[in-house]
Design a protein around this ligand. Structure first.
Ligand code: CUA
Length: 361
């Protein structure tokens, strides 16, 4: 019953955006091919061993009047055979495995797109030096071009894991670097072969909200990726107040304008930045074109004005230990780093800020 139920449940599902056995990168496919080949060799050996065992059980079973079969305990030939054969099998598995391990470490060449990934409690920062773009939690990557993720942490050890991109990589803090040594980054090189949206998750316990540290990957054509990167360098139409000689924009929502005033004149800007505005904080996620994100709070909540309102009002009630202050409660920071004071925003002000952030597209 237990086995049947497990098999039945395993088939009850639709699309798996986080499947470990449906890789979309060259590295993922190398690992998958290794896994599949080892699996089928194991099955072959399993059938072989079970067949011999079944034959022995039937052929030599106890029958009335039958004498005990000839005993072969200590048979030298058999002892040697079942020592050498498994050794050969282990070597046969080890050779392609070691080859695959080296393949995952091979540098991708100079034309690779380098993306600097920084793990924070509890969100991901993605910086594209080539495009001078910065974003958070939603990683845009081109299909067909080699990508190099340069991984490091701002605090504790995290682990970057998007199953459909392939394996995990630890994201280590580099604060311990001494004597001017080069920081020892971890790298993950891959080339995507299919467009799509994949999900990932921090895979190293990093604190109370470790489980709430998601990643969304948007794999898109090179043209779409370049267009996205370019758009990230242009301010959203609603990001900054219109200048003195700007054309009037009658369709602009007064609530968005109000939210913008509040945001740009409050402590929000101490941590967050938005392209084209005076907000240039670096401690929290970059909010440029936040309205285009599917999720907020690192994959936790759907990106709706209502959820933004809930989040801004009291982040730690949704994500324990979040480093962002609530309207009426300070944010706890690690020991020795003090606290962030409460924002003091009223409910109406929070709603306006949520409307402003939603408009950033
Ligand atoms: Cu970051 Cu677990």
């Amino acid at each position: 019953m237990a086995l049947a139920t497990t098999v039945l449940l395993a088939s009850c599902g639709g699309e798996y955006p986080g499947s470990t056995i449906d890789p979309k990168t060259d590295i993922g496919e190398t690992v998958q091919a290794l896994y599949v080949s080892v699996f089928w060799w194991s099955m072959f050996i399993l059938v072989l061993v079970w067949s011999v065992m079944a034959w022995v059980i039937i052929r030599f079973r106890e029958r009335p009047g039958q004498p005990e079969p000839r005993q072969i305990h200590g048979h030298l030939g058999l002892e040697i055979a079942w020592t050498i054969l498994p050794a050969i099998i282990v070597v046969a598995i080890a050779i392609p495995t070691v080859q695959a391990v080296f393949a995952t470490q091979r540098p991708p060449g100079d034309d690779a797109l380098v993306i600097e990934v920084t793990g924070h409690r509890y969100w991901w920062e993605f910086v594209y030096p080539e495009h001078e773009v910065e974003t958070a939690n939603e990683l845009h990557v081109p299909v067909g071009r080699p990508v190099s993720l340069r991984l490091a942490s701002d605090d504790v050890i995290h682990s970057f894991w998007v199953p459909m991109l392939g394996g995990k990589r630890d994201v280590n803090p580099l604060r311990a670097t001494v004597n001017g040594e080069e920081p020892k980054y971890n790298w993950y090189h891959f080339t995507l072969n299919e467009e799509g949206e994949f999900i990932g998750q921090c895979a190293e316990f990093c604190g109370q909200s470790h489980a709430l540290m998601g990643i969304k990957v948007v794999a898109q054509s090179e043209a779409a990726f370049e267009a996205w990167a370019e758009s990230m360098n242009e301010p959203s139409p609603t990001a900054a107040p219109p200048g003195p000689d700007a054309a009037p924009t009658p369709q602009q929502d007064p609530m968005v304008a109000q939210g913008r005033d509040i945001f740009l004149n409050s402590t929000c800007v101490a941590c967050h930045s938005i392209e084209g505005t005076t907000a240039a904080g670096v401690l929290g996620p970059d909010l440029t074109r936040l309205g285009e994100h599917e999720f907020i709070a690192a994959g936790m909540l759907e990106n709706t004005p209502e959820n933004l309102y809930r989040w801004i009002r009291d982040p730690a009630s949704i994500k324990p230990d979040a480093r962002m202050p609530a309207t009426d409660r300070e944010a706890r920071l690690p020991v020795g780093e003090g606290v962030w004071p409460a924002t003091g925003l009223s409910d109406d002000q929070v709603r306006a800020v949520a409307a402003y952030l939603s408009s950033l597209r």
